[in-house]
Design a protein around this ligand. Structure first.
Ligand code: PMP
Length: 394
């Protein structure tokens, strides 16, 4: 039965990391990896997480199953974190999932179940796993114009023009903040325009919020989502605790359904639980227990917020250093867009050949698409990265 399979190729980002590890040049820089790194090049466990873990170790008296929806207290906390005081929270149901990846897949499954012919519109480009997840769930995928290679920002007019064609059988996936891979976010004005289109044309908004707090702030990064959620009849949301709680391997996230009524949202949630049952049954508990403890404890929450602020400020500072070095060395403002991008990633607009030359000639590792993880760079490496970039684009 297993005789018909040939191996798939290596994941380009993971194989890039392996190549960087094997590189013996001491000045190598890994800008490929998709995780946050501090100034020592580490992805540390957050202090608030360590504190919550100590408490959990002390308090937890059983490892028995939690329940089909995961930790319901966590689910409620996550609705609060994303939606704040939005009235729509009262018609929202959430289910804990293995990371945002699990949420994306569970939501895709339930969309397929309800509307088998639905098409999901993704930004061009989008997170590398968006299209595979949607397609594996059996949904059709289409792209709307997003990144403008000339300005390195969002081509808002083209995006809105395309979305005018989306209708009742369409789902439009938007990144909540810190767009992966480009770093180019839509502004509040564009969120408002997308909201108007969703209301007039009836497509289902699907927000993927994977980096809340990494852009402008915890509340600020949710502003677009909160504007949208108050005005549409229904929508779905996938969210992740991988980045802003540093819980990557604990696979912690949530899927949310905002319904016309709470009853409708709960009915959809029950279908997601059914789909989860047929897939992995229940999500892992550890990360969700920690996140819930942090969000419900004033002191732990304040600690965590301070740590997220440190991450955000460091990424912003690195962007500033890189843009300054590029401005000085090139004598132009051509690279200032780097400071207008949000979160860890930026698409630089270089060709795959130029990205390969960065690796071969300069020991600077980034994916062929020209995406860099700004947090992969140490402060002292900004000059070196700028010099290499200018050399390869000449
Ligand atoms: N959505 C986006 C936009 C992402 O960037 C990522 C992870 N890099 C995910 C979802 C998946 O995250 P998780 O680790 O929570 O599954």
């Amino acid at each position: 039965i297993l005789d018909n399979l040939t191996p798939v190729g290596l994941d380009p980002i993971l194989s890039l990391s392996a190549a960087c590890r094997a590189d013996t040049r001491p000045h190598k820089v890994d800008l490929g990896i998709g995780v946050y790194r501090d100034s020592h090049g580490e992805t540390p466990v957050m202090v608030a997480i360590k504190m919550a873990e100590a408490r959990l170790l002390e308090q937890q008296s059983s490892k028995s199953y939690v329940g089909m929806g995961g930790n319901e207290s966590f689910n409620e906390s996550m609705i609060g974190l994303l939606l704040g005081n939005s009235k729509a929270a009262a018609r929202t149901a959430a289910i804990q999932t293995p990371g945002a990846s699990g949420a994306l897949r569970m939501l895709a499954d339930v969309i397929k179940l309800s509307s088998p012919d639905a098409t999901v519109w993704l930004s061009d480009p989008s997170y590398a796993n968006h299209a595979p997840i949607m397609k594996t769930a059996g949904l059709k995928v289409r792209f709307y114009p997003y990144f403008d290679p000339a300005t390195k920002l969002v081509n808002t007019a083209a995006m809105l023009d395309a979305l005018r064609q989306a209708g009742k059988n369409d789902v439009v996936l938007l990144h909540g903040s810190c767009h992966n891979p480009t770093g180019a976010d839509i502004d509040l004005e564009t969120w408002k325009n997308v909201t108007t289109l969703a209301v007039s044309q009836g497509f289902l908004p699907f927000v993927d919020m994977a980096y809340q707090g990494f852009g402008d702030g915890m509340e600020e990064d949710a502003a677009g989502l909160r504007y949208l959620v108050e005005r549409v009849e229904s929508m779905v949301i996938a969210t992740s605790c991988s980045k802003n709680f540093g819980l990557y391997r604990e696979r912690t996230g949530a899927a949310m359904v905002v319904g016309k009524t709470l009853e409708q949202a709960q009915a959809v949630k029950s279908r997601i639980m059914e789909s989860a049952r047929g897939t992995y049954t229940m999500p892992p508990d550890h990360g969700a227990a920690l996140v819930d403890m942090i969000l419900r404890d004033e002191a732990l929450r304040a600690n965590w917020m301070t740590e997220v602020t440190t991450v955000r400020k460091r990424v912003q500072a690195l962007r500033g250093l890189l843009a300054d070095a590029l401005r000085e060395q090139s004598g132009t403002n051509d690279w200032d867009f780097i400071t207008r991008h949000k979160g860890m990633f930026s698409v630089l607009g270089i060709t795959p050949e130029q990205a390969q030359a960065m690796r071969h000639d300069h020991a600077i590792y980034l994916v062929d698409s020209g995406r860099i993880n700004v947090a992969g760079m140490r402060e002292a490496q900004a000059e070196q990265v700028a010099k290499a970039l200018l050399a390869v684009v000449q």
